[in-house]
Design a protein around this ligand. Structure first.
Ligand SMILES: Cc1cc2nc3c(=O)[nH]c(=O)nc-3n(C[C@H](O)[C@H](O)[C@H](O)COP(=O)(O)OP(=O)(O)OC[C@H]3O[C@@H](n4cnc5c(N)ncnc54)[C@H](O)[C@@H]3O)c2cc1C
Length: 464
């Protein structure tokens, strides 16, 4: 039976789109299908943002989608701004490479790179078609991969790539989240926040970068009331600065292997930096390129230690906030309007007459208590455990034994080249994965730079 495509990409967010771009740039003719339920490719959740205040958390010089050209985004922005785009960028009064672009604009950049790659690919007969549907099931036979789609279509292709991104925790059947999604406001929906009484008290669960976005949304919506933030450790993301280069101490010293050794060495370098008047963010930023190696060579015990003891610290220090958003959070905190509490969310309280009530347990206390607010925002993150993701495709893949959970049940297991491992640990010759589903393999497998590198490597693997 003939195939509909050489490569079927499941998910057309940043990962799927960048993979298509890289495939189109390779010599040879191929038919690529991207199956994505959203109307536009290249955006996913992150780059569908419409508010200018919802920006990238890194400056343009750090966010190129082209691993061969770190200045790619800066160059695109330079042309875009010169042509009259993003006039508000002038207010930041910094060089273009230091701008923190709105995520919606970043989506336009990705789409433009896809359009250019399509033209290059077309010269050799390569095509990319967007099929607007969800993939519900995937099966393999001796020669092909078969997909069943939500619109009733079936597709047959020589191989398939899972580029399905991240699944928000609140949309899964997690213990404490039942009803939470229905009760909570979308962190990015400014229009919905405009319906709130501006003086209303708002509760936010989670204190990471989604919380920062939610605070930006509230401010944009004219909210001026109190904001109570609850998170297990009560840590806020640090503001991103532009530190100078620092010696790559992990590259020079391969003996550092355990989380404890890493932290000890990192602290030592941070202290040395501060003593020399250098930003502590400088040594921290050298660690990034080594994370995949350190994580993949660690034992499960060491990985668990990292997740339990280092992760909250890593999240708040490494996943830093764009400066304008950080300044807003700091101002509200200083004014006493935003309070952060170390407390875990225990569930929604039923029958709350006015607004919403949640049950929390403050850190160090054994009893739970109830907190009331007029509205609730859930920014508590991502469900990486595919066994708990209530979507048809992850459930079907697991049930068919075509995939297995990754280390610590974070995402799915795969070989170094992205080939997924089945329930018996055999690497598939036809089904691959990239981006957030590989969280358990590499720990950091989500950011723009991770995705850009993986897209190039996987494209070379698939055409090779
Ligand atoms: C709000 C937010 C802000 C972020 N900000 C930054 C940042 O500032 N800097 C940074 O480096 N990184 C950031 N990230 C992380 C990163 O860039 C994104 O997660 C990135 O979008 C990953 O791309 P992706 O395509 O793998 O996933 P996604 O963008 O999530 O796209 C996956 C796509 O797959 C589709 N899909 C899922 N299941 C199926 C199915 N069964 N069939 C068909 N389609 C399916 C979904 O509809 C979705 O569009 C952010 C992430 C989020 C969520």
């Amino acid at each position: 039976m003939a195939c509909d495509a050489d490569i079927m990409i499941i998910g057309g967010g940043l990962s799927g789109t960048m993979l298509a771009v890289q495939l189109l740039r390779q010599a040879g003719r191929r038919t690529i299908l991207i199956i994505e339920p959203r109307a536009e490719l290249g955006r996913g959740e992150a780059y569908s943002a419409v508010e200018l205040g919802h920006t990238l958390n890194g400056n343009a010089a750090r966010m190129s989608v082209d691993p061969d050209n770190p200045d790619d985004l800066t160059q695109w922005l330079t042309e875009h701004i010169a042509a009259g785009g993003w006039p508000e960028s002038a207010e930041q009064n910094v060089p273009i490479s230091e701008l923190f672009p709105p995520r919606g604009l970043f989506g336009v950049y990705v789409q433009q790179r896809l359009a250019e790659a399509r033209r290059v690919g077309a010269q050799q007969g390569s095509t990319v078609e967007h099929i607007c549907a969800e993939v519900l099931d995937l099966q393999t036979d001796a020669d092909a991969v078969l997909l069943s789609l939500s619109d009733g279509q079936s597709l047959r292709g020589a191989c398939a790539v899972l580029a399905t991104g991240m699944f928000p925790a609140a949309r899964t059947a997690q213990k404490h989240s039942s009803g939470l999604n229905a009760a909570a406001l979308d962190p990015w929906n400014v229009a919905a926040m405009r319906q709130l009484d501006p003086q209303a008290s708002v509760l936010i669960i989670g204190s990471g970068l989604t919380m920062v976005d939610a605070v930006v949304s509230l401010e944009q919506a004219g909210h001026r009331g109190p904001i109570e933030v609850f998170s297990r450790h009560g840590l806020l993301p640090h503001a991103r600065r532009q530190p100078p280069a620092w010696p790559d101490f992990l590259g020079d010293d391969k003996s550092i292997r355990t989380p404890r050794q890493l932290l000890r060495e990192l602290r030592r370098h941070c202290r040395a930096a501060i003593a020399q008047g250098v930003d502590w963010q400088a040594p921290l930023d050298t660690v990034r390129v080594h994370i995949a190696r350190l994580w993949s060579q660690a034992t499960d015990v060491q990985r668990r230690q990292f997740v339990r003891h280092v992760r909250p610290w890593w999240e708040s220090h490494h996943h830093r906030s764009p400066p304008l958003s950080a300044a807003l959070v700091e101002r509200l905190h200083g004014e006493g309007r935003l309070r952060i509490q170390a407390a875990s969310f225990k569930g929604l309280e039923p029958n709350s007459k006015d607004g919403i009530s949640i049950r929390i347990r403050r850190r160090g206390e054994s009893e739970t208590c109830v907190v009331q607010g007029a509205a609730l925002i859930n920014s508590s993150g991502i469900e990486y455990d595919w066994r708990r993701v209530a979507r048809p495709l992850p459930q079907q893949l697991l049930a068919r034994g075509l995939i297995q959970p990754g280390p610590l049940a974070l995402g799915i297991a795969a070989a170094v080249d992205g080939a997924v491992l089945d329930a018996d640990g055999r690497a598939s010759s036809r089904v691959f994965a990239m981006g957030p589903p590989l969280r358990g393999m590499w720990w950091e497998s989500t950011a723009v730079t991770d995705v850009a590198l993986q897209a190039k490597a996987l494209a070379l693997r698939l055409v090779g």
